[in-house]
Design a protein around this ligand. Sequence first.
Ligand SMILES: Cc1ncc(COP(=O)(O)OP(=O)(O)O)c(N)n1
Ligand SMILES: Cc1ncsc1CCOP(=O)(O)O
Ligand SMILES: [Mg+2]
Length: 217
Amino acid sequence: MNHLREMLKVYFILGSTNCFKDPREVLAEAIDGGITMFQFREKGDGALTGVEKFNLAKDLQSLCRKKQIPFIVNDDIELALALDADGVHIGQEDEPASVVREKIGNKILGVSVHSMEEALAALKDGADYFGIGPVFPTKTKKDAKPTRGTTLIEELRRKGYSTPIVGIGGITTENASTVMAAGADGISVISAISHASSPYEAAKILRKRVESGEKGI
Ligand SMILES: Cc1ncc(COP(=O)(O)OP(=O)(O)O)c(N)n1
Ligand SMILES: Cc1ncsc1CCOP(=O)(O)O
Ligand SMILES: [Mg+2]
C-alpha cells in the first residue's frame, strides 16, 4: 500500500459502454500512454453481464498484469474476488464499506465520498483512498451527484487528513492541474481517455499535467 499515492496519479476507468472501439485496444493504448491504475466499471445501457462481463474483465486484467498496473473492480465484489483483483471501488449506494473490507481482506478499498461525514465514516470502515466528485460536469454518469468543484478535497487537506484522494468527473487535460492544486494525489477519468481520438496521447498528456502541475491549453 506504500505506493498507493503514486498509483492514483492517472487512474483510468473503463467499461465496454464507454468506448467506440474494443476496450482491450483502448486500455492497451492508455497503459502505453502512462496510466498508473485501472478500474473495470461495466455499467450503463448495454453493459455486459455474466460470462461476457467476466471474460472482458479477465482480458483487461491480463493487460494490466503485463505492465504492473493495479486492477480494481467497480461495485462487483464477487467478481473482484473471483479474479483476485488488486482492489475494489464502491460508492455510498453500494455494499457498506465495513462489509466490503471484511470480504476483501487487505486488497485496496476505494470509497466515493461527497461530504466530511461520509469521508470520516469511510475512514472508520477501512477505506484506503477516496474518490471525490463530480468535480466538473460529466455526461458519463447519469446518476452523478451535483458538481461541487474541489471544495471537499480542499477541506480535507485543510483539516489535516492525508488519506489518498482522486478527483473524478469531467476531468480533462485542460483542468487536471486544478484538481491537483486542490490537494488531490491524482485524477480519475473515463471519457478524457476512452473518447479521445488517441487514448495513448490523452493518457500521456494527463500524466504530464499531473506530474508537472502545468495548466493545459
Ligand atoms: C475513483 C472513483 N471515484 C468515484 C467513483 C464513483 O463510484 P460510485 O459513486 O459508486 O458510482 P459508480 O461508479 O458505481 O456508478 C468511481 N467509480 N471511481
Ligand atoms: C464514475 C463517476 N463518478 C463520479 S463522476 C463519474 C464519471 C466520470 O467520467 P468522466 O471522466 O467521463 O467525466
Ligand atoms: Mg458504485
